[in-house]
Design a protein around this ligand. Structure first.
Ligand SMILES: *Cc1c(COP(=O)(O)O)cnc(C)c1O
Length: 386
């Protein structure tokens, strides 16, 4: 589709990146299950030659996510972590420094501290709730700012516009993990960020049946560097996985509305439950970043974290094991509800002192609210917390 940017989001989610006239009128993008493409003669320039460099199926997905994020170049990877790794490698060299928001996905934390740091890159974690903290920390060695908002698992927000403005003045690119919000709820490139990454394994795929990562940028030079890493390191997804994510994206707008409807109701219900000490959900007026969430997000998303009043692993286990519809699992963002014990699961790779510093307690549970009937979900939580 040409002129994608004149169309509304839900229309682009279904049509962007794919023209049925180019594929025998097939309504759905064909899965090009071929690793290689044939030249007619030596030296011929083909649009696709070898599947590590690209396939028509992957190209459709890359164009679709670029449109949805209001970017110009999209890149697909074998996982969210592979996308993050490619962005870090495209922007950082030994001797450089990256400033990362302190509260972030455990896997990103592990990659930064256990892979990048030993490779000679300085990693500085900062509380960026106050944008002034970034201004104070910028120096000539800083070559990237890494954000995540809302964060995993504590649902903290950072002011993407304010931080991007500060970084831009210093000539430092800003990358942000937009997995929790999805481009339906938040478009960081419009707010001034330079790079957006996704674990499409979560909401974009949406059905817990595929692992995939995405990155989007506007800048051509940045795009060339990411494409070079994508092709050189080769952590690319297969065509079947690209197809599944495209199919998921087609219903993203509908699904996100329902995730938000359900989560808003459940957050309010949990907020008055005696077994719950605190509910972390940006949609609650009591959330410290509620005003910011209203400014930079369309709605508040489908993830809710809670501190149980009884802050013990036994209490968390009891709740998790009694739930019928919230499966105890690592992931999030699928149509089905899931619950995660962050201290042992998504953030199990963090040191005890880092968990303590960030507030990842034994009694912390992260709910990925699915699109089931909300009365059934509340009924399930009621019996599990009783
Ligand atoms: C899951 C997740 C990732 C990692 O993505 P994978 O697809 O599992 O590699 C990165 N960031 C966030 C916020 C996530 O939730």
């Amino acid at each position: 589709m040409s002129d994608n940017n004149k169309l509304q989001f839900a229309t682009r989610a279904i049509h962007a990146g794919y023209d049925h006239h180019e594929h025998n009128r097939a309504v759905m993008p064909p899965i090009y299950q071929s690793s290689v493409f044939v030249h007619d003669r030596i030296g011929e320039a083909l649009p696709f030659a070898y599947a590590r460099s690209g396939t028509p199926t992957r190209e459709s997905l890359e164009a679709c996510i670029a449109s949805l994020e209001e970017g110009r170049h999209g890149f697909a990877f074998a996982s969210g972590m592979a996308a993050i790794d490619a962005v870090l490698r495209a922007t950082l060299s030994p001797g450089d420094e990256v400033i990362a928001v302190a509260d972030l996905y455990g896997g990103a934390w592990r990659l930064l501290t256990r892979v990048l740091e030993p490779a000679g890159i300085k990693v500085t974690f900062l509380d960026l709730g106050d944008p002034g903290n970034l201004a104070a920390a910028l120096s000539d060695t800083v070559k990237l700012v890494w954000l995540e908002s809302p964060s995993n698992p504590l649902l903290k927000l950072v002011d993407i516009s304010a931080l991007s403005r500060i970084a831009r003045e210093a000539g430092v690119p800003v990358a942000i993990d937009n997995t929790f919000a999805t481009p339906y709820l938040q478009r960081p490139l419009e707010l001034g960020a330079d790079i957006v990454v996704h674990s499409a394994t979560k909401y974009l795929g949406g059905h817990s049946d595929v692992l995939l990562g995405l990155a989007v940028v506007r800048d051509d030079a940045l795009a060339r560097r990411i494409r070079f890493i994508q092709n050189s390191a080769g952590a690319v997804p297969g065509p079947q996985d690209c197809f599944l994510v495209m199919r998921g994206i087609k219903t993203l707008a509908l699904r996100m509305e329902r995730h938000c409807d359900n989560a808003e109701k459940i957050a309010v219900w949990l907020d008055s439950h005696p077994a719950v000490e605190r509910v972390m959900y940006p949609g609650l007026a009591s959330h410290p970043d509620h005003a910011l969430a209203r400014r930079q997000m369309a709605r508040f998303g489908g993830i809710i974290s809670i501190y149980l009043a009884d802050d013990s692993r036994a209490a968390a286990s009891r709740v998790a094991e009694r739930l019928r519809f919230f499966g105890l699992a690592e992931s999030l963002g699928g149509v089905e509800s899931l619950i995660n014990h962050s201290a042992t699961m998504s953030h199990g790779s963090m040191t005890a002192s880092d968990k303590h510093r960030l507030g990842i307690r034994e009694g912390l549970l992260r709910l990925s609210v699915g699109i089931e009937d909300v009365a059934d979900l509340i009924g399930d939580l009621e019996q599990a917390l009783a």
